[in-house]
Design a protein around this ligand. Structure first.
Ligand SMILES: Nc1ncnc2c1ncn2[C@@H]1O[C@H](COP(=O)(O)OP(=O)(O)O)[C@@H](O)[C@H]1O
Ligand SMILES: [Mg+2]
Length: 344
């Protein structure tokens, strides 16, 4: 399901990753938004270069599609070094990590995507690698078992995760920079779309790009995807030019509304609003009613609805806000004291 969603922040597979690659900023100057991250990276990169050292280890966290992988590449390119990419689940044992680390050249970046999924058995090996630039690998087994110590070249580990909550404290503490990427503002998305239209050679009206930006859920990957889809629609159903009406028609066809919400979001809001009278209700109950997986809702539906203030997370569960209820067309019963919004 999630893979076919126009407004999911996740990449839709290798094909989209390849297309995204062409639109990916290559340097700090091209990287739009995230001003505080850019500033931290500029300082650390310049300091490292002046000292002839590798950049300190960096942890990037935040929802999918906000530019974590892109930033890992930008940091390496600013250092004039290379990125070697892997992921938490791909590193199943210590020797996988040793293999990845020993392939690095001086000041290279090892990018570990989904670092929260790194197995505990591998995590142990990563501490001395990050701290002292060495890794102890097991050679042979049984009676002949011994460990061999490998010294590593100075490298930068860049970890990316959508779930910092799942990282252990010892791992977290070993990053020099830990940064949470934020959703992008409308003007930033617009700037990204203008740049992308230029690169793709799309003839687009400014107001049409603004309308795409408004439906991109604060996420560059979604902005670029919507632009590509609207361009296809303009080519096949109109004269090729991306104008307001074309954006509206193309996105209406996919059930994406003017806020960038789709059927799945609306279903979620309806279930809380109607079935559970506005909440509070546990995520599991919502998921069961919708016939969806709770983890999926938590990862791909809730973050944006929380961000725009349509739902709130309380200790007793999810609750529609006044805005969320108005959107879902649910009437709220106001309690006598006028503070709580929902009747029990
Ligand atoms: N700051 C940015 N400026 C311009 N484009 C961006 C930016 N961040 C992300 N993008 C675009 O969005 C796409 C997805 O970003 P990516 O780094 O893969 O996200 P993540 O790794 O956080 O899921 C990139 O290929 C790029 O085209
Ligand atoms: Mg990524």
């Amino acid at each position: 399901m999630a893979t076919e969603r126009w407004v999911s922040g996740r990449a839709e597979g290798v094909d989209e990753e390849r297309r995204d690659f062409a639109l990916r900023p290559k340097s700090l100057d091209e990287y739009v938004g995230q001003a505080d991250l850019i500033e931290r990276v500029r300082i650390t990169v310049q300091a490292a270069r002046e000292r002839g050292e590798a950049v300190g280890h960096v942890l990037l966290h935040g929802p999918p599609g906000l530019g974590k992988t892109t930033m890992a590449h930008v940091i390496a390119s600013e250092m004039g070094s290379n990125v070697h990419s892997t992921s938490g689940p791909a590193l199943t044992k210590g020797s996988d990590l040793a293999g990845a680390l020993t392939r690095l050249d001086e000041h290279d970046v090892l990018f570990i995507d989904e670092i929260h999924r790194l197995p505990a058995a591998v995590e142990e090996f990563i501490y001395p690698a990050m701290e002292d630039g060495r890794i102890d690998v097991a050679v042979d087994s049984g009676l002949a078992a011994r460990t061999m110590r490998l010294s590593l070249k100075a490298f930068t580990l860049i970890g990316a995760t959508t779930r910092t909550g799942l990282l252990t404290a010892p791992l977290l503490s070993r990053f020099e920079i830990t940064h949470h990427l934020k959703y992008y503002a409308h003007e930033e998305l617009l700037a990204i779309l203008e740049r992308s239209s230029g690169l793709l050679g799309v003839d687009a009206e400014a107001s049409a790009l603004s309308s795409i930006a408004g439906r991109s859920r604060g996420t560059p990957r979604i902005a670029n995807r919507l632009l590509r889809r609207v361009r296809d629609y303009a080519q096949v159903r109109a004269d090729g030019r991306v104008v307001d009406a074309v954006v509206d028609e193309a996105l209406a066809l996919e059930g994406v509304d003017s806020r960038g919400l789709d059927e799945l979001d609306r279903d979620y809001l309806r279930v809380i609003g109607t079935t559970y009278r506005g909440g509070p209700v546990g995520l599991e109950a919502i998921a069961a009613t919708m016939g969806q997986d709770a983890g999926t809702l938590e990862d791909v539906v809730e973050p944006y609805l929380l961000q725009i203030g349509f739902v709130a997370r309380t200790r007793r569960g999810r609750q529609l806000t006044a805005d969320g209820a108005a959107f879902a067309g649910v009437k709220l019963e106001v309690k006598p004291e006028g503070t709580a919004l929902f009747a029990e």
